[in-house]
Structures are given as C-alpha cells and as structure tokens.
Design a protein around this ligand. Structure first.
Ligand SMILES: *Cc1c(COP(=O)(O)O)cnc(C)c1O
Length: 408
C-alpha cells in the first residue's frame, strides 16, 4: 500500500464531500478592534494587509465584550511587562505561579466551591475531568443530555464508561433511564445550563432532585452562563440557588469572561484527584501570565457589575423584539442566544455569505454535525455593545436576504 497516495486521495475525497454538502468550513479573517467592539475589520480572500472592510460581528462568544474592557487589557499588558509572555512549563515543572493559585481561589469562591482547577481550555477541562471521574470507580455509568457539547462527549467516550443519552431536557426520559440502570452502579449525570445552539436552559433543581433520588452525582457545564447570569455572574446555578447541589461545575474563561482557558470547581478531594491523575492537565503547559492576570481582572469586574449583565439582557430582549416585529423566525430561546432557523446547509451558508458581503454583517452559519441536518441556523448573540441602530441594520438585512432566498 502506498500510504501517502491513499491518504492524499482520502483527504481530497472527504473535502470534496464537505464542499458538495455546503459544509466546508471557511474561516473568515476578522480583525478585532478593541476600542470599537463589536466592529471588526474583515479581511476578504485576496485582500492585502490594511485592506480590511469594517463590519459588525453578531456571533461573538465574548458575550459581555470583556475581552476589550480597559481593566482587562491593562492587566494583560501589565503581566506581560512583569512576568513575560509564557508560563515556561507545565503546572508541575515550574509552571505554577501565584497568578494560577490566585485565580483558582477566585474561581472556587465565585462558584461557592472549596476548590477549583485551571485547564488549557474549556474543552480540555471537560475532556480531562469527565474521563478521569468516570474511570475513578469500577462500573461507573454516565447519563448525558443529547445536546451536550463535543468536549463532554469526548471525555465520556474516552472513559469507556457506559453512557446513557436522554432526550434533550426531557427529565421523564432521564428518569426512565436511571430507573432501568443497576441501582448498585456509581452514576454521574452530565448536562449544561444554557445550551449554546438552542439558547434554552436546563431545570437544574429538577435534575438535582433526580440525582439525589438515584444516588448520582451532578456534573454541570456552565460555559455559556458564566459571567452572564446570577447576582455575581457565576452562572445559572447561582441564579437558581442550586450551586450547593451541583457536585462539579465546569466553565470557560473564553466566552463571557472574554479571555482564554477553562476550569472545574468542586469538592477538594475530587479536584485534587483530577489534578493528580488527569493527563490533560499534567502533560501540558500552564496558562500564561497575561491570560491569568486578564482573567482575574475580568472576573473581579464581572462579579460586581450587575448593570453590565442587565444591559446584555436588555440588548438580547431588544434583538428578539425587533426580529419578532419584523416577522422573522427564531427559535424560542430563554437566554442571550438567538438562533434563526435557515434549514439546508447550502442555504444557511449562502445567507451568511450574503449578510457579510452585501450588508457587512458577520453571522456564523451553524451546520451539521454541530446541529442535526435540516435544523441549520444562524446563531446571533447581542452584547451590551450592540446598539439600536445595529439591531435595525441587522433586521433589515435579514429581511432582505431571507425573503430573496425564500423566493429563489
Ligand atoms: C465552547 C464550549 C466549551 C469549550 O470551551 P473552550 O474554552 O472554548 O474550549 C465547552 N462546553 C461548551 C458547552 C461550549 O460551548
């Protein structure tokens, strides 16, 4: 077998399939302008340096614009000046600084948990924590919401634990599966709070009731909620007064917090166990000082900035109202995430391209495998910095693009 030749043919064939199905991913080159968020400069294919066109981004996960907050930028610059750019080692090999332990203490306190642990990203946190927890005891079984994120699925699969998948947010189905399982097996129930592709929110107390009834522990991904919900922005568990009932909370530093990295928070011995055995923590370089200092500044700001959260909620409500008034379809989101159904991968992609090229608006088309085929959508997020004028422009553009696409 000529491996090189065969591999080349495989890759080319796969890419052709993606293109034919309208699922080939082009990454638009978007230059963030910190002083003008959510205005970016779009570097079109073939554009030379400095030739970017100004556009408005409607699909940033920097939900609060914290990545551009003056205190956060200052903290990053200050840390670079004091400590340099990189951590220089894994946590075990000279890579743990007071910034790491300080941020972990802040995260634990924020979530009302005794301990927290940083990871290279939210993906790594889910993968490492779930695969480690689920192999801790023999015969562990995991119950997983059908819409859980790829990083959770990766961690659960790696563990080899028996996995039961319940229909999204369908607690009757979850209970059916729990009831049918071996009462003697150790169990983990894994779910998210805000689901990123639907914008709906899990009933945390009901999930905890079931966990209690069947002797399971709870693992909650709060990635799309940290910074955004609750009196101090710690997430839906804080908002619902459920933090003490959740055994392990996982979050990202990259979305509402606006910087980079991931973490878990929970019981001291569990967190220490994961710290001691998870390959995804042990064999990778620690987060750099710029990221840690910026994150700490961001969280401290967020915790006391309820008005910022209120502004974000107000903007999301204004966006939903404007879409409804214009007769544009949207999924019934309970959160800041506003999905607009545009079924068909080709059509969804074409609509997004026209929004960008003809209207200067960047909106990400969401296709399979992120969502099931036939449920393709545009995913919008209003930040506190999206103005009424920006909302009006978006609605006018969507109307134009969707009705033309409809007639075609
Ligand atoms: C984005 C995301 C992650 C991963 O977080 P990163 O820090 O971006 O790696 C985990 N869970 C969910 C639900 C996500 O949407």
């Amino acid at each position: 077998m000529d491996t090189r030749q065969t591999l080349r043919a495989h890759c080319a064939r796969h890419l052709d399939t993606l293109r034919a199905e309208g699922r080939y991913r082009d990454f638009a080159r978007l230059e963030k302008l910190a002083d003008r968020f959510p205005v970016y400069r779009w570097h079109q294919p073939g554009a030379g340096p400095g030739e970017g066109r100004e556009i408005v981004v409607w699909s940033s996960n920097d939900y609060l614009g914290m990545g551009s907050h003056p205190a956060v930028r200052e903290a990053a610059a200050g840390a670079a000046a004091l400590h340099g750019a990189g951590a220089g080692g894994t946590r075990n090999i000279s890579g743990t600084s007071p910034l790491h332990t300080g941020l972990e203490a802040e995260l634990a306190d924020w979530h009302g948990k005794p301990a927290a642990l940083l990871f290279g990203s939210g993906y790594m946190a889910n993968q490492a924590a779930l695969s480690t927890l689920l192999t801790a005891l023999p015969g562990m079984e995991v119950f997983s919401d059908a819409m859980n994120h790829a990083s959770m699925i990766d961690g659960m699969r790696r563990s080899g634990a028996k996995r039961h998948i319940w229909r999204h947010n369908d607690l009757a189905h979850l209970e059916e599966l729990l009831r049918a399982a071996d009462p003697a097996s150790p169990k983990v129930i894994a779910f998210e709070s805000v689901y990123s592709m639907e914008g709906d929110i899990a009933p945390l107390h009901d999930l905890c009731d079931l966990a209690q009834k069947y002797g399971a522990i709870t693992y909650l991904d709060e990635v799309h909620a940290v910074g955004l919900y609750g009196p101090q922005g710690a997430g839906i568990a804080e908002r619902d007064g459920a933090s003490h009932r959740i055994d392990m909370i996982e979050g990202t530093l990259s979305k509402g917090i606006g910087v980079y990295g991931g973490y878990i928070a929970g019981e001291t011995d569990w967190v220490d166990y994961i710290r001691s055995v998870a390959g995804g923590l042990i064999f990778t370089t620690a987060l750099p000082p710029t990221v840690l200092a910026a994150t700490l500044a961001s969280i401290r700001q967020i915790r006391q900035d309820a008005p910022l959260r209120a502004r974000m909620a107000g903007r999301a409500a204004a966006l939903k109202a404007a879409l409804d008034a214009a007769g544009l379809p949207r999924l019934p989101s309970e959160s800041h995430i506003v999905p607009i159904p545009v079924p068909g991968a080709d059509r969804c992609r074409a609509v997004a391209r026209r929004l960008l090229e003809e209207h200067g608006l960047y909106v990400t088309p969401i296709n399979y495998p992120t969502v099931p085929r036939g449920t393709e959508r545009l995913r919008l997020c209003a930040t506190p910095f999206h103005t009424d004028a920006m909302i009006a422009d978006l609605v006018a553009a969507l109307r134009a693009v969707l009705s033309v696409a409809e007639a075609a």
